[in-house]
Structures are given as C-alpha cells and as structure tokens.
Design a protein around this ligand. Sequence first.
Ligand code: UD1
Length: 430
Amino acid sequence: MEQYLIHGGNSLVGEVEIGGAKNAALPILAASIMTDETVHIDNVPDVRDTNVLMDAMGSIGIIINKENRHRVTINAAGISSTVVCDENIKKIRASYYLIGAMLGKYKHAEVTLPGGCDIGCRAIDQHIKGFRALGAEVILEHGMIKTRAEHLTGSHIYMDVVSVGATINIMLAASMAEGKTIIENAAKEPHVVDAANFLNSMGANIKGAGTDVIRIKGVQKLHGSDYAIVPDQIEAGTFMLAAAATRGDITVKNVIPKHLESITAKLLEIGCEVMEQGDQVRVVCSRPLRHTHIKTLPYPGFPTDMQPQITVVLGLSEGTSIVTESIFENRFKYVDELIRMGASIKVEGNTAIIDGVSKYTGAGIAAPDLRAGAALVLAALAAEGESVVDNIRYIQRGYEDFHLKLKNLGADIKVVDRETDYRGFKLMTG
Ligand code: UD1
C-alpha cells in the first residue's frame, strides 16, 4: 500500500496549475451518454473517481477514447445495457449520476448504490423524490437503485435540503422529460452550473443554474458537443491553504477567482495576502496568522470540502478559532490525527474548537477520506520532522499528481510503499 513520506518545514513557493473540476467532470461524463452522437470533453482530471466512472461506462458498451491525458471522446450509440453493477462503482458517490442520465435518455436505469459512509450519512432521498416527481418508479433492492418510466413529465420540485447531487441528477433526467421542470432551492455550486452549461451545449434548455431556481424545458433529443470542464475550485483552494499552512507564496494558476471568494475572504481575515490577476490567485503568507470563525455552507458559503484544510491552518493560527460543519455530520474524523501531531482541537458535535499552537510535529497518520487526507498532507508539510501519510488512495480519488505538484513548489514529499521503501526508511532512520 502506497504512502506519502513527507519531511515538513519547507515554505512552499512557486506556481501550480489547477486541473478540471472532479465534481463537474463526473456529471458531465455521465451526461455524455444522453446522446448517440460523439461528445468531446476537455480538461477531464486524471483521478481515480473519473477513471472508475469511465470504466463503468465502458462496461455497458459505451466507447471511450482518451485522446490525451485530459481529453476524452465518448460515443454511447452502442450502449448495451442500462444496468450498471460494476463492483468498483460502489466506491464513488457520483455513480448516481448515471441514474439521472440513463433515466432521462432510456427511461430505465439500475445502478449499484454507492456504499461507504466516510463523512456522514449521505441520503439520496432528494434524488428519489425528484425522479418520482418526474413520473419514474424508483425502488431500492439488492443494493441497487432501480428506476423506470413510461414517460418522464416535467414537474415543480422543491428540494428539502440544498443538494448538489440531487439538483444535478434531477436536471439530467428533466432535460429529456416532456414539458417544463422547475427545481426550487437548487444547489448553486460551480459544478452545478458547469453540468447545466454542458447539457445546454448538447441542446438542452436549462435556465437559472447558479441561482436557487432552475427551469428546464425538456427536449426530445440531445446532440454531440465539444466542451471543456471548469477549473477545480477545491484543488485550487487546497493549494491556497498550502501557502498559508507552510507560510509560503503560491500562485495558483488556471482558476476562476470568483469561485474562490469564500476561501480568499477567510485567508485575508487571518492575515494572508491574496492577489487576484486574471485567471490566477497568489497567496502570500509572511506573518503570524490570526484566529477566525468559519461555518461551512452551500455555495457561495465556505465549502465543506475545504473544512479540513482550513482547520489545519487555524490549528497553527494565534488564538481560538471555531469551525462549524453544517453539511455533513461526521467530518472531523481527521482531528484525532492532527492532535497526534500536536494540534489542540476539541470537537463537540459539529463544532471544532481550535486553540492555535506554534507548530505541528511529524507523525504516522492515515487519511480518513479525500479532503481530510489532503488536509493532513498540508499539516505534514507544515510540521517539524517526518510524517508518513497512509491511505493515500483516498487522496488520489480527487487530486491529480498531488505530490508532484507539491514537490514542484518545494515540498519534500515522495510516494513510498510500506512493504519496501517505508521499511527501508525506518531502518535508515533507526
Ligand atoms: C457533493 C460533492 C461533495 C461535497 C458536497 C457538498 C460531488 C461528487 N460531491 O456531494 O464533494 O462535499 O456536494 O458540497 O460533487 N442530502 C440529503 N438527501 C439527499 C441528498 C443529500 O439529505 O438526497 C444531504 C446530505 O446528507 C448532506 C447535504 O444534503 O448533508 C448535502 O449533500 P449533497 O450536496 O447532496 O452532497 P453530494 O452531492 O453527495
């Protein structure tokens, strides 16, 4: 099993190029099966989640060609089944986008339910409510979600919670329903907008994505498209916070600064300098950082996917900070690992009370999930001494070349294997 071996203490300095957004790529890849024509998608991040989804699509006869590392061509004309029970697909939440996409186009879908609850209970009741409102039958059995409709008919749907996944899934199915669908209390995240833009580029009629109310006029047919995915807001934010954690100076390139405003605001509040220029943001951290309070919220609020990374930074900031997690109930699992590195954090329910310390110290730590894993890497980079970060497969789900990008910024990080290199490392260091 691979791990990161990190020798902390270097300030990260330089430039880093941000890739396409994983959370936009997943619904866009799924949506590409809603036409018989060829679809070209650029800026697809080469990460585990997108590759698992493409493998699952390949298993039902969809032709997928990688023109280069980030550009794929997809043709679904030869789709052989609308049943996806690939074992691997359970490992990614976003497998559920295949349901909305296949239900919309083929009026039938059976997909293995996503398993594993790493950051809290992740219900899909709002997805199901939406599909049913469009006239589909939905049943859950034998670990699968099965849905079928004679006709899908547009509907007025009020979301009980703001859900990225449910908003996009309903948008997918409703794009090919008869008549008009209105989604109220819709999620407004950049990837919701990107998925809508992609569907519109295929001939869908979606208006209002990025606001609370999305209006969709169903069309009978979608066509091919050539589309580039937006830059990854969370990857960009992670590198911005890497500058803060290591007291560095990082220019994060190929970003949409508007998508990063909630992160920028907090960095300014705690004492970093943030300079926006065109499609890049430079974060400089040259003085001691101050405490602040943060509550995660749906976009444009502070993203839950940045909560572990900012907690790592606040753990090294003067004074007492409070971080409240309002989206997922179990997203502080990584705090125990931070405490082992010297952090002073107390978790009470969905709140972390953080007393800033002057330094972390390296330790053997394990990534509990994707974003917390990245946050622990930031902690290890800031820490004094060596750390070994286990379970890096979680991080590889969503960050392309994470350690190489960090290395380019001056980090002392490498991938090792517990059975070989790490043992060698332990022997070498006594
Ligand atoms: C997506 C992102 C994930 C991010 C999250 C919140 C992808 C692939 N993943 O996940 O990285 O952390 O948005 O920004 O894009 N909920 C229900 N019923 C539902 C659906 C959701 O109660 O049917 C609840 C969830 O339990 C959670 C909240 O709504 O408390 C938000 O979840 P949601 O926005 O759906 O997250 P995902 O789409 O799964």
